[in-house]
Each structure stands twice: as C-alpha cells, then as structure tokens.
Ligand binder design. Sequence first.
Ligand code: SF4
Ligand code: SF4
Ligand code: SF4
Length: 365
Amino acid sequence: MNQPITRRAFARAGAVAALAGASLEAASPARSPQDGAGAASAGADALEVRPYQLMCIVCRIGGGCTDDLGDPRLTAILAAVRNDRKMPVRLCCNVDTVYRYQNPGHDDDTAEGELFNAKRDLDVIQKLGLVPGDARPAIDVFERLLAKIPTALGICAYETVTAEHWKGCPRARSGNYEKGHALGVGAILPPRDQHEKAEYKTTSAAAVYQADTLQIRPHHLMCMSCFYGARENLAPIQEDNLFEAIDVIQKNPQVPVMLVPGCCMICPPCSRYDPATNLCLGGRSMALRDQKKDLDVLQKLGLKYGDVLPARRLYELLYERIPSTRDVCAYGDGEVRAHEWSICGGPEGHAAYSKARAEKLGIPD
Ligand code: SF4
Ligand code: SF4
Ligand code: SF4
C-alpha cells in the first residue's frame, strides 16, 4: 500500500529529485520580461537543511572533495543547489521553545550527541542572523554563510574542552572549513560560464542598438544615471548593457522606452543573470530589493509596467520626481532594517546620480 508522503519527507526528498534533474522550478518554462511580475510561484517548497550542514559542505570542499562529499545527505544537498542556485533552502534545527514547530528530528544529528548538535545549529543560525525555519534562495544562504562565519573554531569545537560531550567535531582543527571559506562561493555554486556571458554580451548589446523600443525595468533608468555620473568617459563594459542604453538614448532622445518587470535589456551579460529563467540571482536577495525599487519608481512617476514614453520625457519625469537615490535605493530614510534590505549608493544618496540629473544624462536639448 502506498504511504502518503509527509511535507517533511517531501522537503528532504527535494534534493534527490533535483539530482535526477526533476527540481520543481526546472520543470517550469522560462519567463519573459513581460510576464515576470505576475508569474505564479513554481517550486515553492524548500529543501530542508540543518544549519551545520551548510558548514560541512564548505568544510568538505575545503578538504578537497568536489561532487561527492563523502556523506550522502551532504552530497545530495550540494547536487540540488548546484542544479538550481535559487532553490529555497530552509534552515531547520531542534529547539525546545516556541520555534519547535520546525524541528527536523534527530536523523541528521552527528555522533557528537544531541546537546552538541543543538548548540552547534543554534550557533550557526545566530551568526547568520536568521531564526529556525527561515528559508532563502541557496545562493543567498551560502553567500551569507561565507560572509558571517569565517572559521569552524568556536562552533564545531571550543578552545577549551569542558567535558567529553563538548569535545566537538574531530575535523574542527583540520583547517578544512577555513580552506573552503577561502575558495569562496564559486567553489560551492560555480559561476556562469565566461564564454556564454561573452556571447550574451555580443547579442544583447546588438539587440539594444537594433530595438525600435527599449525595454527597461524602471529602476535601471536610475542605475543608468549612476553609471553615467560615475564616469569621466562613457564606454561599454562586459558586465551589462547600461552604456548601450544610454548611448542609444543620447543619440535618439525620442526613442520609445517600455517599462518592464524583472530582468531587462540591461541584464543578459551580467554574472548574476540566469538565462534559463530570466531571473536575477544576485546575492543578499538583490532581486527582492530590485522589485521594490521598480515599484517605487513606478509609483513616484505615476506609471505602470507596459507604459511606453519617449526617453527624453521619461528622464524629465524621473529627475523631476526622484531627485536622489535616497528616495528609492535608501528607502527614503536611509535605514537598513535587515540584511536583505541593504542600501545601494549610501543613505544620503549617490553623488553620481545627482551629477547625471544635473546633466540630464547627457541627452542633448
Ligand atoms: S568541523 Fe566538522 S562539523 Fe564543522 S564544518 Fe567541518 S565537518 Fe562539519
Ligand atoms: S544607487 Fe540605486 S540607482 Fe544607483 S546604482 Fe545603486 S541601485 Fe542603481
Ligand atoms: S544584477 Fe540582476 S538586475 Fe542588475 S543587471 Fe545583473 S541580472 Fe540585471
């Protein structure tokens, strides 16, 4: 008789499914910029991971492992997140308190005992600035781990062994975690292929020049300003198409610009761009901030996605209604309320934007 699969078993099974190339999101079609804002969430269930297991993955990579980490669960987690860098990872650990609703059980406890396992997980999650049950895209979780936890000492073992059950992990002084940490996030989640990026640069830059209508996400109008204002001499860069969009607008200020949700004509060559899904995988939840910036810009300009304006008129409106990046990129008050809601351009606004505003982006009168 078939047993009904529990939610927890499903979350754990996610890694195995991904290994077989069957991750939920991978099965969904790629989105275009036009349908990005309203697309339904696919693959919303998260891969359940113990906080210490994040560290162990880094530690095993630092010890010389590549795909096979010498532990089936760690190997499966690594395969799953490599298969889908944006896979939601939910950090669950065993606690006695009100957070026990997410307790994963002791199946993945290591040999050092229940008490040590409980403390190690809480140590990791505290240093990450998260709470039990929190979920984030895999790329965010690993970038955060490397930013917040440089060493295994003090977490996996302590300077002084106060009792046998606090002896800790025998690998804690191996230096493997620190070596894995030094290798960086690219050793865990390999970056986008350089040749593929270069090809995207060539084709997408050409597309900007050939377009009858530029398709640009709202806050990228502002980023184009920062790009312009920060440079003595404007020139193309490999990482995006900001220059090309400015160049087209300076040469033809009447070119129509359509405001689109999500990734736009600026993005295809970017290291953080995922061609398969047309999503931005920038760490520290960049996509979250970017969507808010887009919506803030639309609201301040009184526009909506799909609106088309001549570039000159659009920039007149932008500079009239948004005098500083503080109003959008620093949320209007310059307060960083959480790791994910960081500020770009400084709490008082980016000087480069002010310069571009004063010079009207170099658009000729
Ligand atoms: S020292 Fe042990 S527990 Fe800590 S990360 Fe390395 S293998 Fe994992
Ligand atoms: S300050 Fe805002 S507009 Fe300027 S580069 Fe950063 S995100 Fe873009
Ligand atoms: S960081 Fe994200 S939004 Fe910005 S250019 Fe790259 S892919 Fe596009």
